[in-house]
Ligand binder design. Structure first.
Ligand SMILES: Cc1cc2nc3c(=O)[nH]c(=O)nc-3n(C[C@H](O)[C@H](O)[C@H](O)COP(=O)(O)OP(=O)(O)OC[C@H]3O[C@@H](n4cnc5c(N)ncnc54)[C@H](O)[C@@H]3O)c2cc1C
Length: 458
């Protein structure tokens, strides 16, 4: 039974979508109109598009971890943990707190914004040997790992080991993979000058994708420019190619090449958070099937958005189009969902989400960039201004803006930094360890957990 008098709004996930939604609810709802609770494993909103720059050491991790508690005006109750199941029938969200306690959180309205996880395939050795680029810990880990390969290669007396440690493979020619390969290549290129025993020509970066084009959203001409920049920098781009198998010391490509390497970075797309499957509801390619108003059909008070939901793309003529999983959409959907939750509370009409894509900005490190804001094709410095200007403006707090701008300035003046912190040395580094993909319950386990607790309460 609901013992509180105010409606309870539960937001799951403090990413682009969740935080935008919570901040708008705080602004537009009076404190006695509803209680707002946010479930999040971390105390920050991660600005994911700048993650490759953390991996390459241009930005410190803290600069893109935007605090959830910066302002005294924020009044949302924050539960530190992850939702591991939702029982739509009894309107209960099961949460595992950061101390591994399992709690049942009842709600009247739920906003599901848990984002996505790295998409993997049934490729032998992939989940054991690949790193992802989806969490702050992964980015910091990869930075240390790449620098440690230089340190170990420098110290090694074995030419084969040396060559293997200096080859790096990135899979995924979308913006995440392309930026990651470009930024990290720039780091190793700059770092090698400080390793007099390493022959720079031994450093090889491979960027591969099964698709025939890099970042097809950029269009042919700009996509080609990006490819040229990478080739000029010595990155070997192979299209129409994927991974056949991965081992601890080598990776086999589908074209038959075997690359001796200790570094495989996997950025070949995302899938909705496993939380979505715990609902037992209809999905579209794993994302929760919602209406244009971002409500779940047939369920009262359930909203979903961002990477975890298949939100119809009303800006396109194609009725079956769904919004791509981008921050651009997630942020804007957050605002509309907040308005729709408020409209539901107040018995008003909901509005559909409509947003015409603003384009794409791709920072390839230094002065290299390609961008297509509002359909205008930019290269080099203008593209870099557009890319950095866009991200800088999109950072939520002034302190994050200052940190990022300071880091960029410092990097431009003092160059790259090659410190290997060692904080995460010898810790498990598999995809599931970073993304907690094995933490979720099945729909049956969710029901049992909710019913079991209810029986104990009676
Ligand atoms: C390397 C990289 C570069 C990118 N570059 C761009 C770009 O240039 N432009 C662009 O538009 N998009 C970019 N994207 C995509 C963009 O970051 C995502 O589309 C966007 O973050 C989606 O927002 P979201 O709120 O749905 O999910 P997220 O921002 O991922 O937020 C999800 C939140 O939910 C939390 N969470 C996860 N599971 C649970 C759970 N079970 N319980 C509670 N909380 C949970 C997570 O910790 C996270 O805080 C990039 C992504 C990556 C990885």
């Amino acid at each position: 039974m609901n013992t509180v008098t105010r409606p309870r709004i539960l937001v799951v996930g403090a990413g682009f979508a969740g935080v935008e939604c919570v901040r708008r609810l705080e602004r537009k709802l009076s404190p006695d109109e509803a209680d707002v609770t946010l479930v999040t494993p971390f105390a920050y909103q991660l600005y994911l598009p700048l993650l490759p720059q953390v991996a390459s050491g241009v930005l410190t991790p803290q600069s893109i971890a935007v605090s959830l508690r910066r302002s005294k005006k924020y009044r949302t109750r924050i539960i530190p943990g992850g939702a591991i199941g939702v029982d739509l029938k009894s309107k209960v969200c099961v949460i595992r707190t950061i101390t591994d306690e399992i709690i049942n959180e009842p709600y009247d309205y739920i906003v599901l914004a848990p984002g996505s996880i790295t998409r993997t395939f049934d490729i032998p050795g992939l989940t054991e040997h690949a790193f992802g680029m989806k969490t702050l810990a992964e980015a910091a880990y990869i930075r240390d790992h790449v620098i440690s390969q230089l340190d170990l290669a420098d110290a090694s007396q074995d030419p084969a080991e040396r060559a293997a440690r200096l080859q790096f493979v990135v899979v995924g020619g979308g913006y995440a993979g392309t930026e990651t390969a470009a930024c990290l290549q720039k780091l190793t290129h700059a770092a090698v000058k400080r390793y007099p025993r390493i022959d720079p020509s031994l450093i090889k970066w491979h960027l591969i994708d099964i698709a025939p084009k890099l970042m097809p959203e950029l269009g042919d001409k700009l996509g080609h420019s990006a490819q040229e920049i990478l080739r000029r920098r010595g990155i070997d781009v192979s299209l129409g190619v994927s991974i056949e198998k991965a081992g601890p010391e080598e990776v086999t490509f589908t074209d038959g090449r075997v690359i001796p390497t200790r570094t495989l970075i996997w950025t070949a797309g995302v899938v909705a958070s496993p939380l979505i499957a715990t609902l037992g509801a209809e999905t579209v390619r794993g994302r929760l099937a919602v209406t244009a108003e971002m409500t779940l059909p047939g369920q009262d008070g359930v909203f979903a958005l961002g990477d975890s939901a298949a939100v119809p793309d009303k800006a396109k003529d194609d009725d079956s189009a769904i919004c791509p999983p981008t921050a651009q959409h997630a942020m804007r959907q957050g605002k509309v969902v907040a308005d729709n939750v408020i409209a539901t509370l107040r018995g008003q009409a909901l509005k559909p989400y409509v947003h015409k894509d603003l384009g794409l900005v791709v920072d390839l490190g230094g002065t290299d960039a390609v961008s297509k804001p509002l359909g205008i094709e930019l290269r080099g410095l203008p593209a870099q201004f557009a890319a950095r200007g866009y991200h800088w403006a999109a950072l939520r707090t002034n302190v994050a803006k200052v940190r990022v701008a300071t880091n960029w300035t410092l990097n431009a003046i003092a160059g790259d930094d090659f410190v290997r912190t060692g904080f995460q040395a010898r810790k498990p580094a598999k995809l599931k360890d970073f993304e907690y993909t094995d933490a979720y319950l099945t729909p049956e386990q969710v029901r049992k957990q909710v019913e079991g607790t209810r029986a104990l309460d009676q």
